[in-house]
Design a protein around this ligand. Structure first.
Ligand code: GLY
Length: 372
């Protein structure tokens, strides 16, 4: 049956695109580079998003075999719950194991999520007050680097704490957020991608970047991770300061969006630079969470503006690879420039589904009448 609204049509395209990829993917799709998906056998940090897309497709009209594929992808990630060198265990196991637990009721998946949370918390350096990034790269040089992205991994700790994982997990969450708000958040509402500390003395050294234009720039995906991560944590913990900080980064993000509402890969990049649609999708998800928290119309308007802009300029409405085109994985290192990414696809799909729920809960049916 033909979907009756623009939003249902986009959800149907996300289901169809995920199904097409599921029919050929033997490993975990990671990023699209030069027109083709790059796959990983272990899921590195993005495998959870693939499992998450499969769960979403199974739950929103996909064929019956998608559920079995979602289970298989989730199961394949489970050995990594013990990985104490990966700071992205929230990305890996929230969309996979937590989604599997919610979909099936099987507490083995909740147990796996709790083990992953313990492995993430084990990476917390209590003397320093942070979880360093990129342990999986190895080497000493990363021990003092703290990433704004890590905020998005913390909801796994909150969930685990709520299910008997121990209150110490919440101490880790509080300390990591405090470090991020004290050091990454700038006065203008933008955030550093990385903040560096001396790994021996823990002295603060200054802001830096890995995937952004330069240390003082505003890497758009980093801004988006901050908006969404802080909004989710604010909603889980009822914390007004986290909500306010999410709103400040959102204000920066929205004030710097170009007229097509698709963020450039870095807000300080020269005009005409490649886009990062994944940053738009992640930010839209965060804005929806802010709207749900505050009931403020401007957050909903902004989320809809982003979703409509992405739909018009970046949604794959054909048969090729990816759900959301014109994302940029890592421009400084020449990886996945102007392609699709598994995180962009996942947050695009998740945002569409969340917007559908928000419209239903808040009786916003007029939004469904926007032009197809
Ligand atoms: N968390 C890494 C990235 O956004 O590329």
């Amino acid at each position: 049956m033909k979907p009756s609204t623009w939003l249902d049509a986009s959800i149907a395209r996300a289901v169809a695109g995920t199904s097409r990829l599921a029919a050929v993917a033997k490993d975990f799709p990671h990023i699209v580079d030069r027109g083709a998906w790059q796959f990983t056998s272990d899921g590195v940090w993005t495998g959870g998003f693939w499992a998450g897309c499969l769960w979403l497709a199974a739950q929103h009209g996909g064929a019956a075999e998608l559920r079995a594929q979602a289970v298989a992808a989730t199961e394949r990630l489970l050995p990594h719950v013990h990985d104490t060198r990966n700071h992205d265990l929230g990305f890996m196991f929230h969309p996979s194991a937590v989604a599997a637990w919610r979909a099936t009721g099987d507490v083995r998946y909740l147990g796996a999520a709790k083990t992953a949370a313990a492995s993430l918390a084990a990476q917390f350096d209590a003397k320093a007050g942070y979880i360093p990034g990129w342990g999986f790269f190895g080497g000493e040089e990363w021990r003092g680097s703290v990433l704004v992205d890590t905020l998005m991994n913390l909801p796994l700790l909150v969930l685990a704490a709520r299910h008997g994982g121990g209150a110490g997990l919440l101490d880790v969450v509080r300390a990591q957020v405090a470090t991020t708000l004290d050091h990454h958040l700038r006065a203008d509402g933008s955030v550093y991608h990385v903040y560096r500390f001396d790994p021996a003395t823990h002295a603060a050294l200054g802001g830096a970047t890995y995937q952004g234009l330069d240390a003082e720039s505003a890497w758009s995906r980093g801004q988006a991770w901050a908006i969404a991560g802080l909004a989710i944590l604010a909603s889980m913990l009822g914390d007004a300061a986290y909500r306010g900080a999410s709103g400040r980064v959102a204000d920066y993000f929205l004030a710097h969006l170009p007229p097509d509402s698709v963020p450039p890969w870095d807000f300080k990049a020269p005009a005409g630079a490649p886009k990062d649609a994944s940053a738009g999708a992640i930010a839209a998800y965060g804005l929806l969470r802010l709207y749900e928290l505050t009931d403020k119309q401007r957050w909903l308007d902004a989320a809809v503006r982003l979703v409509r802009g992405l739909r018009d300029a970046c949604e794959n409405q054909g048969e090729g690879v990816g759900l959301l085109l014109h994302a940029t994985a890592d421009l400084p290192h020449g990886l996945g420039v102007d392609g699709a990414t598994m995180y962009g696809d996942y947050y695009w799909f998740k945002t569409l589904v969340r917007l559908r729920q928000v419209i239903a809960t808040h009786h916003l049916d007029a939004l469904l009448g926007l032009p197809a």
